[in-house]
Design a protein around this ligand. Structure first.
Ligand SMILES: *[C@@H]1O[C@H](CO)[C@@H](O)[C@H](O)[C@H]1NC(C)=O
Ligand SMILES: *[C@@H]1O[C@H](CO)[C@@H](O)[C@H](O)[C@H]1NC(C)=O
Ligand SMILES: *[C@@H]1O[C@H](CO)[C@@H](O)[C@H](O)[C@H]1NC(C)=O
Ligand SMILES: *[C@@H]1O[C@H](CO)[C@@H](O)[C@H](O)[C@H]1NC(C)=O
Ligand SMILES: *[C@@H]1O[C@H](CO)[C@@H](O)[C@H](O)[C@H]1NC(C)=O
Ligand SMILES: *[C@@H]1O[C@H](CO)[C@@H](O)[C@H](O)[C@H]1NC(C)=O
Ligand SMILES: *[C@@H]1O[C@H](CO)[C@@H](O)[C@H](O)[C@H]1NC(C)=O
Ligand SMILES: *[C@@H]1O[C@H](CO)[C@@H](O)[C@H](O)[C@H]1NC(C)=O
Ligand SMILES: *[C@@H]1O[C@H](CO)[C@@H](O)[C@H](O)[C@H]1NC(C)=O
Length: 304
């Protein structure tokens, strides 16, 4: 479907048997992947700001102040893009070029909601990549960009009435999981773009129950089949927690109750088995992105 998925398994198989080859190249692949995501964000944000003026945002009940912040966000994302291009060129590789995208541009309110989600996915991408990066220099780069993405996410969540600090921990996601999300917005990429060693999982949809909260019921569906004979788990990923919950089947839908510890922008996979070690072999569908309203904040005055 997307030309740059095709070599995913093959590359991983080769890379696994040549660890040194993998180490050097994986860092550059991760930079290329980051650039792929930044190009998507850039195109999305610039198109939105060229479509809607400050008045359109004000009519949608955003403040002029927030509109100014949006311009800073676009400015930051462009800086990330240019920086990553230069960093990739400095390794001797050719930076991946822009793809063609299918972007959800359905008005200022929907745009800001999507921006909040995209920035959260950006945070999860850079955080998830951290453990794969072997160069400490690139790790600092990833941490630096991650922090900027988290500030963007906080501003956008605040603007749409979501608690910015909904979870004490940011959520790391694997490259394949991020790839699965990004690929939903990518139509095609230039054929000579570097093939990235990642693959997309089949999509999972929330059919009922958003926004949700702890102890609430939420329902999912996919466009594929579910194995009939085994228990399917609905595995929630939120902050540093990975929590499998036995799902209740109803035809092609599957329902679960949102467990404790799941809060803020979180991710859901359908998995076989209840392992909290998510791998290609136990993930069936996902990730779906969910927004979980945090419980009231509590803290213990005895702990300093
Ligand atoms: C903006 O807020 C006003 C007052 O609360 C409300 O009546 C109006 O429907 C809101 N407009 C939009 C586009 O949300
Ligand atoms: C792909 O080809 C275009 C046009 O020839 C070129 O500008 C670009 O640098 C190439 N990209 C890669 C990743 O090789
Ligand atoms: C969720 O359910 C558990 C167990 O029934 C209960 O102890 C807890 O107070 C509930 N939390 C919320 C936020 O509803
Ligand atoms: C896939 O499933 C979703 C959710 O049930 C539905 O909205 C969508 O139309 C389906 N897409 C296709 C191609 O069947
Ligand atoms: C699962 O069971 C349903 C109803 O019993 C049946 O229609 C369907 O074909 C089965 N699916 C598979 C993958 O076996
Ligand atoms: C199962 O799904 C059907 C329609 O898809 C719905 O009418 C029914 O209420 C559901 N049953 C349960 C137990 O949720
Ligand atoms: C996972 O399933 C196994 C086997 O059914 C069970 O022994 C174990 O307690 C379960 N673990 C969790 C975390 O639910
Ligand atoms: C998770 O599963 C993978 C693949 O089976 C394995 O290589 C890895 O060691 C496991 N990680 C943990 C923390 O169990
Ligand atoms: C608060 O923290 C103190 C010190 O760690 C601990 O002894 C106490 O049980 C905690 N109380 C609650 C309600 O968590």
């Amino acid at each position: 479907m997307y030309s740059f998925f095709v070599f995913g398994f093959f590359f991983l198989a080769i890379a696994a048997s040549f660890p040194l080859y993998k180490r050097a190249n994986l860092d550059v692949d991760i930079l290329q992947f980051a650039l792929t995501l930044e190009r998507l964000e850039n195109k999305f944000y610039k198109e939105a700001l060229s479509m809607w003026s400050v008045d359109d945002f004000v009519d949608a009940n955003f403040t002029e102040d927030f509109y100014t912040q949006l311009k800073y966000i676009v400015h930051d994302e462009e800086a990330h893009l240019v920086f990553l291009e230069q960093t990739i060129r400095a390794t001797g590789a050719e930076p991946v070029q822009a793809c063609t995208y299918k972007l959800p541009l359905d008005g200022p309110a929907g745009f800001v909601k999507n921006l909040a989600t995209f920035e959260g996915v950006g945070v999860s991408a850079y955080l998830g990549a951290a453990s794969l990066i072997s160069s400490k220099k690139y790790l600092t780069v990833a941490g630096s960009i991650l922090s900027a993405e988290a500030i963007h996410q906080a501003a956008a969540r605040n603007a749409i009435g979501e608690i910015p600090m909904a979870n004490p921990f940011a959520t790391p996601l694997s490259a394949n999981a991020i790839y699965s999300i990004a690929s939903q917005f990518i139509e095609s990429c230039p054929v000579n773009n570097t093939k990235l060693p990642f693959k997309a999982y089949p999509e999972l949809f929330v059919t009922q129950g958003l926004p949700t909260a702890m102890n609430s019921s939420i329902t999912f569906a996919s466009n594929g089949t579910l194995p009939n004979s085994t228990q399917i788990y609905v595995t929630f990923v939120s902050g540093l927690d990975v929590i499998p919950v036995a799902g209740s089947r109803n035809g092609s839908s599957i329902r679960a109750t949102v467990p404790e510890m799941v809060s803020g922008q979180s991710y859901v996979f359908l998995t076989t088995g209840n392992s909290s070690n998510l791998t290609d072999s136990n993930i069936l569908y996902g990730p779906a992105i969910i927004e979980v309203t945090p419980s009231s904040p509590t803290f213990n005055v005895s702990i300093f």
